[in-house]
Ligand binder design. Structure first.
Ligand SMILES: [Zn+2]
Length: 93
């Protein structure tokens, strides 16, 4: 979070906005949860667990916009499609 969503004051890494007094702790908790899920998605990518990557990326995207989660979700989708294509090719041989 770069700015307070209520008054647009620059965020100072404090749970209470210094200008308007809004409680930002729920938003900070969401950001922390999303960041943890993004790390989990990256670990799952490294392990080649495509279905789990998509599940975790979808949880990230339900919390906030994330280029990393979008890319992980799409990469996992392409890998799943490629695995299915290889499986069909083996069956057709
Ligand atoms: Zn504010």
């Amino acid at each position: 979070m770069e700015r307070c969503p209520v008054c647009r004051a620059r965020f100072r890494d404090e749970a209470i906005c210094h200008r308007c007094g809004a409680d930002l702790s729920p938003l900070l908790a969401i950001e922390a949860e999303a960041a943890a899920l993004e790390r989990e998605a990256v670990a799952l990518l490294a392990a080649g667990q495509w279905i789990e990557v998509r599940r975790v990326a979808e949880r990230v995207l339900a919390l906030h916009h994330s280029l990393l989660a979008t890319a992980a979700w799409d990469f996992a989708r392409r890998e799943l499609v490629a695995e299915e294509a290889r499986r069909f090719e083996r069956l057709l041989q």
